[in-house]
Design a protein. Structure first.
Lengths: 301, 420
């Protein structure tokens, strides 16, 4: 009996081992190495003779005067994440509900068109939108002036407008993911539930509130959590649309701060500490969100 | 499926995984089926240069069948950070190619080799001294191209004779700037360039007597030259109205290609592309600022080869042979003819083609008037410090005087952070 248990354990170990080796190489080792770096003075001048200096880099993250200010960037990152996620989820679920209607013909075509923003490479999307936001030649201002008689907006020259511009770009890019996830969840809801509620005389709103939304929740909560992490850490769109923080370094997110510190100024210790701060912010958010939204609870119980 | 079968499947899966890892590792060590010596060059050159480079590498491999050379394109920042990471880990390409400003950080990190001992003095003497990048008493880069510099590019259909001074520039610019369809909006501008990058501001700064740092590497951004250079650009846009309201590299490039701008301030990398786009272009040196009597001087940088500090002795011999081949007069002439790049080989510089070609002749004048790109790592801090204030001036949210002070303060802070 004991040898059978041992054999079973070896069998399990062999099954898990390849995945563990890969995970160790690409996640566990870099993660702990990053922690070590965050406690070190590694930079351009101490790249080979770096040493552990304690929590000095963390103190610098929170106290060192920076341009723009760390707390301002943090606030902008939170606003960026919340606004983006709001529109991603609302637009995504709305379009999924529309596409899920029996009456709609040519669903596959609409679905393909709506998924297009997701399929185009981010670099192309970002540079195209950047061109569209040009003051004199961009299509956004041409539409505003010619169709709506509204004066053109200097999208990329002023901080607020530039921030709105990058949010618009990312909303356009991000809603298809939520739409596809929500559509999958909607299609898995048993139709009997809607038929039963029809017999009970439930309105469209009641069916949405008491059947649809609770039953898509187990799928949407992990998607929103993932979406939050991706959006919080989205370097590409902000970096490319705003051309690395234009105007005047006013469109940075925390992650572009890390990029600049580590790869422009060779401040590896500081960059590692900043990335650990981002990690803990996202860890706390994810755990809280999953617990509060009862994501792991069985909806059919 | 019983436990024994499952165990067999698991063992088979593990064996396959280990075999894939082993084959990949062996291949990367160069002990796969191909027994040739393998060399890799990382560079950040655009597609037309890559085509010529590949042609030259093919010729080298025909001459030396025992060597296999691969070129790998990486975007500028990716090349720099990727090479640092790879070289610090004892890996990376044998040869890294790029502008001279990467020499500073690479030297401090000890990831490139000094070259003054490995190349004979008489061989080095064949090249323009500006193509040999020395840093802290050692030669770290040998360049086959000189320049990477800005000039005034003009559309000959719109500008028959290029301006020589700032006053002529404004006069011609005003003639060209026009609302062609009468809708109240300007359709064609006299001049354009990329306003977002401070690299394009340097000629205006130098034209008014400014420069970015002193000989000791300390920033000198809070100068009269910076202030007057910024005021001049604002004047071109807001008073003379000969440049567009807003332009990044792509917008400026498209305006010029479409004939909606008569002149553009752009680098040697752009000329061949404009000709391929069907434009009849001329290249002229940037104008003289009459109030100072100084020429607008762009930054000039060689682009060349450095050796990875981790290179093995066997590969080093072949890498040096390859560099000598790529630096040869024939190969430099090939690039000069097709791309209008300024060669570093003196014999090619003195050839009839380089001396008589209109574009290369003016390019040479511009190079001679230009200022060398500093190779110190602090240059990074200077660019980063200039960018926000420069953009703020163009956005109308900061005065040129305050911008110059802010640039200086930020540069000092950034340099302190980098060197702490």
């Amino acid at each position: 009996m004991q040898s059978q248990t041992l054999r079973h354990r070896i069998y399990l170990f062999i099954l898990v081992a390849p995945a563990f080796v890969v995970l160790f190489g690409v996640v566990i080792y870099p993660f702990f190495y990053n922690i070590v770096l965050s406690l070190s003075n590694m930079n351009l001048r101490h790249i080979r003779d770096w040493r552990i200096i304690g929590f000095g880099q963390y103190i610098k993250v929170f106290t060192e005067p920076s341009q723009p200010d760390f707390y301002v960037v943090f606030l902008k990152t939170v606003i960026w994440t919340v606004v983006n996620l709001f529109f991603h989820v609302v637009l995504g679920v709305f379009l999924a509900l529309v596409l899920n209607q029996k009456e709609i013909r040519g669903k596959a075509i609409f679905r393909a068109i709506l998924v297009l923003p997701w399929a185009v490479p981010q670099l192309i999307v970002a540079l195209t939108w950047r061109g569209m936001f040009n003051y004199e030649y961009g299509s956004i201002n041409l539409m505003l002036t010619q169709w709506f008689n509204i004066p053109g907006v200097q999208w990329l020259r002023h901080p607020l407008e530039a921030f709105i511009a990058v949010i618009i770009t990312n909303v356009w890019l991000g809603f298809p993911f939520m739409m596809v996830i929500a559509l999958g969840a909607l299609q898995s809801i048993p139709h009997d539930l809607y038929e039963a509620s029809d017999i009970d005389g439930a309105s469209w709103y009641h069916k949405l509130r008491h059947i649809t939304l609770p039953l898509i929740r187990p799928v949407m909560v992990p998607a929103i959590t993932l979406g939050t992490i991706w959006t919080f850490n989205n370097l590409n769109i902000v970096w490319l649309v705003s051309n690395a923080g234009e105007p005047s370094d006013q469109t940075h997110l925390l992650v572009s701060f890390v990029y600049k510190a580590a790869f422009n100024f060779y401040r590896y210790g500081y960059g590692a500490a900043l990335s650990m701060v981002i990690f803990f912010i996202l860890l706390v958010f994810s755990l809280t969100f999953m617990r509060k939204s009862k994501a792991t609870q069985n909806v059919y119980s | 499926m019983n436990a024994r079968t499952a165990l067999r499947i698991a063992v088979a899966f593990l064996s396959v995984t280990l075999a894939v890892v082993a084959v990949t590792t062996l291949d990367s060590c160069g002990t796969g089926r191909d027994h040739r010596v393998r060399l890799t060059i990382w560079h950040q050159d655009r597609i037309d240069i890559r085509v010529i480079l590949q042609r030259q590498l093919d010729r080298f491999m025909q001459l030396h069948p025992e060597v296999r050379v691969e070129q790998l394109f990486k975007e500028t920042e990716e090349l720099r950070s990727g090479f640092i990471i790879a070289a610090l880990a004892g890996q990376g390409p044998e040869i890294v190619y790029g502008p001279a400003d990467q020499v500073g950080p690479f030297e401090i990190m000890k990831i490139i080799l000094p070259l003054e001992e490995v190349f004979p003095k008489d061989w080095l003497a064949q090249f323009d001294p500006r193509g040999l990048t020395w840093y802290k008493g050692h030669l770290y880069q040998v360049a086959d191209k000189l320049g990477n510099h800005l000039t005034l590019v003009y559309n000959k259909k719109l500008v028959p004779v290029p301006p020589r001074t700032d006053e002529e520039l404004i006069r011609i610019g005003k003639t060209l700037t026009a609302d062609l369809n009468g809708d109240g909006k300007t359709d064609r501008y006299g001049l354009t360039w990329n306003y977002t990058e401070p690299f394009f501001f340097i000629p205006f700064m130098t034209g008014f007597g400014g420069w970015i740092m002193d000989d000791a590497g300390n920033p000198t951004l809070n100068s009269r030259g910076t202030v007057d250079g910024l005021k001049f650009i604002k004047r071109l846009r807001d008073e003379e109205k000969i440049i567009p309201n807003e332009a990044d590299y792509n917008v400026a490039d498209i305006l010029f290609k479409d004939g909606n701008a008569g002149m553009i301030v752009n680098g040697d990398w752009s000329w061949a592309g404009y000709q391929k786009a069907g434009l009849d272009i001329g290249v002229a040196p940037l104008p003289l600022i009459t109030s100072t009597g100084l020429w607008c001087a762009p930054m000039v940088s060689p682009k060349g080869f450095s050796l990875n500090a981790n290179i093995s002795e066997e590969k080093k011999a072949w890498a040096l042979e390859l560099i000598r081949f790529l630096m040869s007069a024939e190969n430099q002439m090939e690039s000069a003819r097709e791309l209008y790049t300024m060669p570093t080989h003196m014999q090619v510089q003195q050839s009839d083609f380089v001396q008589q070609n209109d574009i290369l002749r003016n390019s040479r004048i511009q190079i001679d008037r230009g200022r060398s790109l500093p190779v110190v790592p602090e240059l990074r801090a200077i660019w980063d410090a200039m960018r926000p204030s420069y953009q703020a001036v163009l956005a109308g949210t900061m005065t040129p005087e305050r911008a110059a002070e802010e640039m200086q303060l930020l540069a000092l802070r950034r340099i302190k952070e980098m060197n702490e």
